[in-house]
Design a protein around this ligand. Sequence first.
Ligand SMILES: [Zn+2]
Length: 412
Amino acid sequence: MPKIYLIDVTNRDGVQTAKLGLSKLEKTMINLYLNEMGVFQSEFGFPTTRHETNYLQANLELAEMGVLKPIRLEGWIRAIVEDVELSFKRVPGIRHLNLSISTSDQMINGKFHGKKTRDSIIGEMTDAVDAARKHGAESIGVNAEDASRTNIDFLVKFGLAAKAHGAMRLRYCDTLGYDNPFSIYESCKKLAENTSMPIEIHCHGDLGMAVANSIAGAKGALDGGQDSYINTTVNGIGERAGNADLIAVILALTKSKQFAEKYPLGNKIDLCRSWEIAKFTSYAFDVPIPINQPGVGANAFAHSSGIHADGVLKDPENYELYSYEDLGRGEPVKVETGREIITGQYSGISGFSHVMGQMDVKFKSREEANEVLELVRYANVESHKPLVEDELVFIAKYPQIAKKLLTMTPLE
Ligand SMILES: [Zn+2]
């Protein structure tokens, strides 16, 4: 029985969002939270981009140490041989790749201006797949950018060519959020039936349907006899109107009317990590969670009208589809209203020791404490805001990894 898996792309598509960004430590924290949740794969960055190199290598080291496990860490590049070669040069340990190329006639004419044809696109993509395999890639997905505006028979041809060269999955990108649940269902079913490849679903919210399209596309792939891999981002952060929100997708897959009975998740997801990852990501991007966000919005479990309040007090199921405990909510949040000691880029050892002591972090020596403080200062230089407890604990626990994350050497 085919199943549905999650690939979170916050650290690739999310960080491409205009006006937003994440520090390398923040990206690492998101990978850790995704791993703890049980998300199958994180598209963790750009192996051809110089300033990502140390971050990607450090995260692969965390995977090797068993800290980032079992999550699969996969890099995103263009489907050209040059990008594949550069990826393995900069990040030799990378084992999972998604190779992306535009497939629609709109892009062939409007972006490539006749420099590429449908045939040359297939040729470039299969050359890139060959090169990735030669370098020892264990899993390769191919991304059809603008798939929703691509001729479906050409997409089948594209998928079959990728498969013949050893790609494992075909990513159907609704790059402009053009699909609706009915159209994406048909497309993904046809692709699954005719390519016999697992189908990745990548949706955007330009028409407000990213989550609905994601589960409809997954249904199409499963009805076509194949597994499906839904692309999400935390809090739906993504280009323009954003991507399919991770938490909303999980809720839709597991709580919507009779869906999970026939279309189950392939691995266990710990939904009660939702609150933690949503709050952290909101803080890291400095984008508030909308009050009406499914599951994690401030109003997701708030009731004020007489009939609803009375009903929910009698039995929460009267007016709540799922419980706040399911999302990991309900713990009181401590807000300091008096004196605060904060660790920043100009902090000294006394304040730092006080902050770490409150979290029960102990250092072997003053030298060790000073080293960790230095790393924390650098992390603050990059993030421009106080580090959260989990970040401070991470740096204290893995100082060598933190050092690597914070190291950038431009124009060497
Ligand atoms: Zn996208």
